[in-house]
Design a protein around this ligand. Sequence first.
Ligand SMILES: Cc1ncc(COP(=O)(O)O)c(C=O)c1O
Length: 399
Amino acid sequence: MLDRIKRSFIKKGLEDRHSQRLLRSMKGIKPLSGVEIEVDGQRMLNFSSNDYLGLSNNPLLRDRAMEFILRYGSGSTASRLVCGNFECFEHVEKKIAELSGRQSALIFNSGFQANASLLPSLADRDTAILSDRLNHNSLIQGCLLSRCHVEPFKHNDMGHLEELLKKIRKNGKEKRILIVTEAVFSMDGDQSDIDTIIGLSRKYDAFLFVDEAHSTGLFGRNGMGLTSWKDVDITMGTLGKAAGSFGAYVACDTEVRDYLINFCYGLIYTTALPPSVLGAIDAAMDLIPGMDKEREELLNKADHLRKALSGLGFNTSTSTTHIIPIVIGDEEKTMALSRWLEINGILAVTFRYPSVARGDSRIRLTLSAAHTWEQIEMLIDLLRSWNNEFTKQDLHHRH
Ligand SMILES: Cc1ncc(COP(=O)(O)O)c(C=O)c1O
């Protein structure tokens, strides 16, 4: 009897997802070389990874990870504030701060953990958070945990953001306001207007928080993101994507860093990252500033792919970066395209509700500097044949 009650929500949750054809499961992945992987035993070209610079298997990162293991051990033994603050943390943080043109940096265990815990540490119940409507789930969780008034602004709409800022400042001269945005948006691959947001944050005395998860390594001075060397209160960047390792960092001034060490629970109440991860980050930070050629070529390839997709009639939304969605809308059709690519040896994962709004299903292509032009042409050719097939079928149905 009790068992029936206590687990019924699990059964129902799974059944609902199943009947809506939204049930998710994980596949077994084996990395091969470059952008090749094995998915459940099938060899495929990967167009869904966040390894944007191909650093995840770079010898320098691997060697430095080993070196740090040999020097410091396999675990950091405690949280940073207890006795886990091994010298390698501050060494790497100094590098990140210098490259980003900021006074200091602070490593977090993951981007999700950083976002979910930073926002509550910066907001009190009276704070107003203005958050871009397309912000990532980790930022939404951070907003929810802040338990204050959260007002989403229309995606990348600076006019709307200013309207909200004006309204709040008019009624609350002393109110704390937090503006939260991504620099490159994870689902659409478009960029926020950083300079305008910085201007607005100054004009209305609002604290600015920018998530560079998909831009660290790829944009800005030294490749440290769109906010690199700019006047932003907190930049949060992740290290498990273009940096080829794991974890996240905050770049800020020393006062903000001191504040976070005292008030941010996602930093205080967790075991520090293992030294091997710090080793890989350390090596990534040596390589990233010198990768202008890779960055330029990656963006050229993305431009080429986007143009080809538009030419074939695909909707690539507002993408201007290495993240290129193919927005199909209909879930079944999106799944069908992804399956068809899979049969042809391409991994291009679908993103459906609840990751995106209902009716906004898409395949999200993510390019890496490790993709060759030939591999991109192969993808375009496959999409062209699918398009021909599908259009033919569609016409057939209509007659
Ligand atoms: C915009 C954005 N922020 C934060 C995260 C979370 O970062 P992490 O994977 O390091 O937890 C992600 C994705 O993973 C993301 O896309």
